[in-house]
Design a protein around this ligand. Structure first.
Ligand SMILES: [Zn+2]
Length: 270
């Protein structure tokens, strides 16, 4: 599932390519699942709107839309990529992929397409979107530390809790915990201030490095150009069960926590 760095990569690519363009018309497919707002509401909100900016908020892509002409209301188009969703900018003659659920025709003559084979992605329109959790790249250390105070859940589960932090998923939680030397099963409340400091630094470093490399391409993730990311080449524990730790050669372990795989080095992480 695309996490913060993948969504950031897609949002930045889209912003470069379609900011300033105008949505002239919208086509929506017949499958109901991807539409969190009604088809009518989405079409009405998008049509004849200028794309002022495309950005990421948590794991969501936010299109800030501005009215053209006399309509005074501004609105946001929110895209969640789910497991397999992608947003592609194409020419109208490019073959429309089978699992295309939405197409926005742009004044520049191009099309913006939402494609999602497994249909866990979501499209909606809203006036002011704000994700429930703190933004990992903006949160201060004090606010970050406060998120985990008194929490008896494993630190890995707390990192994945979108009400606490927005945008961190399985890959970057595992990679950050490895770099911080903390086992995924440790109770969040047992982390010392030093532990939390290392985790804070590791998480932000890993997210920023992944953004630089265009995210991790596992399963179907591609950016708005259809290109893959490269951070998967930097994974130290995620997906490396049984392989030697890159630091100490101990085989990497995998445990299941709250239904999700967690990967860690039993030697380097305590
Ligand atoms: Zn190790």
């Amino acid at each position: 599932m695309p996490e913060l760095p993948e969504v950031e990569t897609v949002a930045r690519g889209l912003n470069q390519r379609v900011a300033g363009d105008v949505i002239e018309s919208v086509w929506l497919g017949s499958k109901p699942e991807p539409l969190k707002s009604s088809a009518r509401a989405i079409a009405a909100a998008l049509q004849s709107k200028k794309i002022a900016r495309v950005r990421r908020s948590g794991k969501h892509i936010v299109f800030d839309l501005e009215p053209i002409g006399s309509d005074p209301s501004s609105v946001q188009w929110i895209v969640h990529l789910g497991m397999t969703g992608s947003m592609l900018v194409t020419t109208p003659d490019a073959d429309r992929e089978k699992h295309t659920h939405a197409v926005a025709q742009l004044a520049s003559g191009r099309e913006l397409r939402f494609v999602d084979p497994r249909r866990f992605g979501r499209l909606s329109v809203i006036e002011h979107f704000s994700p429930p959790g703190a933004e990992p790249l903006d949160v201060s250390f004090e606010a970050f530390a406060a998120l985990f105070r008194g929490r008896k859940t494993p630190i890995k589960s707390a990192l994945l809790n979108q009400k606490l932090l927005s945008g961190v998923g399985n890959i970057y939680a595992d990679e950050a915990l490895f770099r911080a030397g903390i086992r995924p099963r440790r109770r969040a409340s047992s982390l010392t201030r030093d532990d939390l400091r290392r985790l804070y630094v590791a998480l932000r470093r890993v997210l920023k490095q992944a953004i630089k490399l265009g995210g991790s391409s596992i399963s179907d993730y591609v950016d708005s150009n259809g290109d893959e990311g490269f951070f998967q080449l930097k994974h130290r524990v995620y997906g490396r069960e049984g392989k030697p730790c890159l630091v100490c050669k101990t085989p990497i372990k995998r445990v299941v926590l709250a239904g999700r795989s967690s990967h860690y080095c039993p030697e380097c992480q305590r």
